[in-house]
Write a protein that binds this ligand. Structure first.
Ligand SMILES: C[S@@+](CC[C@H](N)C(=O)[O-])C[C@H]1O[C@@H](n2cnc3c(N)ncnc32)[C@H](O)[C@@H]1O
Length: 445
């Protein structure tokens, strides 16, 4: 009998990871000026970080770049400016509005202020404030009504008559111009409610009485809105942003654990997963979510529950899984057996929720990547009490189960972090500077 011919598997070309230019993912103060200062939300990497990565990867122009946790849209903005197709997803509709506003081309700068002036002049409509308007949580009734009048004017003139749609589908339809006007209103409300902000950038104080609510006149609300739109228009006019044809990018509200992504459709992923630091990121955007409430069906509690890193105890029972890897399971065992109050209950369960959602999302990301495609993730470690949560190593292990092979890791020490913001964490004597790791994977078949 003739010997069997050896079966030759076609090996994928191995990506040369050393050609990638990996610069610090830490956002410096300089990058929070100009246009970017209008979305000073915690946790974003600088544009230069994404630009260096994508340019050094030498991708063809028809490549598709995905960020499944797109936040303020740094990845989608840079990828589309470099001429690539960009796909951005985020569960938080506020972040989707911000990321869509960021795509507004410089050529539209001149339309912003006239449009804002027209909208505010048209506002003499019947009162639109209602007692159950969520804005009433922070603003006195007349102030909440003035904000809502501007919101209705933006919505009616640019989005049209809408009914609240599930999953933020309305938000995924709004134009860059509308998104920018909403951003102007977000910025106005942020500046008007300054007194309610705490030192923690992710937290908004809730006024304990009517007297503590922000109470300014309708004229003050209008002028805060106009001032912000006019400053945004000036920054945009001064920027070098060329127009990017809409079909080259999509930015939508989607949950990364369930997102329907076409298999093998993505060439490169650049992203940063939500932190595992028990911070309710919906709290940081609670006023913005109240502004967008008429467009949304989902309420804030539901959004907060669905987020990766939710501080809410999951409704269903979740069990540890071998698929999450030894480092993750070892960490979870240490959390469960920690002697401090609620470690075995609340903290253990919220950590289970985090890792289950993270693992599901990594599976979705991997299936969207084509074989040979690259995924670069910025991942920050943290501590639970005195237990090190080595999230970069956990993600690296989890990715192994999803055909993502680690090709390179670069670590950066950070000085600005929630560890500094929350003084209670200091008593555990941990390092004050977390590590932010850049992990680069290749999809293997
Ligand atoms: C670390 S931030 C990303 C920051 C982003 N790289 C930037 O430059 O602004 C993580 C993002 O993940 C989003 N997120 C949390 N849970 C999610 C989920 N289940 N699906 C999609 N996005 C989610 C958060 O809303 C947040 O914007």
């Amino acid at each position: 009998m003739a010997p069997k011919k050896p079966i030759h598997r076609v090996e994928l070309p191995i990506f040369q990871f050393n050609k990638l230019k990996i610069t610090s993912p830490k956002r410096d103060k300089r990058s929070q000026t100009g246009w970017e200062s209008f979305f000073p939300y915690y946790a974003g990497y600088p544009e230069g970080f994404v630009k260096d990565l994508l340019q050094s990867a030498k991708l063809s122009l028809d490549s598709t770049i995905l960020d499944p946790w797109n936040g303020s849209g740094t990845s989608t903005f840079v990828a589309s400016r470099l001429g690539h197709r960009a796909v951005g997803l985020d569960i938080n509709p506020v972040m989707v509005v911000i990321a869509r506003a960021r795509m507004l081309p410089q050529s539209e700068a001149g339309s912003l202020l006239p449009l804002a002036l027209t909208l505010t002049a048209q506002r003499c409509r019947p009162k639109v404030g209602t007692p159950d308007d969520p804005l009433g949580e922070w603003f006195a009734p007349a102030t909440a009504t003035a904000i809502r009048q501007i919101e209705v004017a933006i919505r009616e003139s640019t989005v049209g008559d809408v009914t609240p749609l599930d999953g933020g589908a309305n938000v995924g339809r709004i134009s860059g111009l509308t998104a920018t006007l909403y951003l102007g209103l977000f910025a106005a409300c942020r500046s008007l409610s300054r007194m309610l902000r705490s030192t923690n950038p992710t937290w908004m104080r809730r006024p304990k009485s009517e007297a503590l609510k922000t109470n300014v006149s309708s004229a003050d609300v209008v002028s805060a809105f106009i001032d912000n739109v006019s400053a945004m228009a000036a920054e945009l006019a001064a920027s070098q942003q060329a127009a990017v044809p809409t079909p080259r990018w999509t930015i939508d509200v989607a949950d990364s654990t369930t997102a329907k992504l076409t298999p093998d459709s993505v060439d490169f992923v650049v992203t940063s997963p939500p932190y595992c630091t028990r911070i309710d990121y919906t709290a940081a955007t609670s006023i913005e979510l109240a502004i967008l409430a008429p467009l949304l069906l989902e309420d804030r509690a539901e959004l907060s529950r669905n987020m990766i890193g939710s501080i809410r105890v999951p409704v269903k029972t979740i069990s540890q899984s071998a698929e999450w890897g030894g480092i993750c399971n070892g960490f979870l065992d240490r959390v469960r057996t920690h002697p401090s109050k609620a470690s075995a209950t609340y903290y253990y369960r919220t950590h289970l929720d985090y890792f289950e959602k993270l693992n599901k999302s990594l599976g979705r990301i991997s299936s969207a990547l084509r074989p040979g495609g690259i995924a670069c993730m910025v991942v920050q470690d943290s501590y639970y009490k005195n237990i090190h949560n080595d999230l970069p190593s956990i993600v690296a292990e989890m990715c192994c189960h999803h055909s993502l092979k680690l090709g390179r890791r670069e670590d950066f020490r950070l000085s600005r972090s929630m560890v500094r913001v929350n003084r209670h964490t200091r008593i555990y004597g941990r390092p004050s500077e977390p590590t932010e790791a850049v992990l680069c994977f290749e999809k293997v078949s």
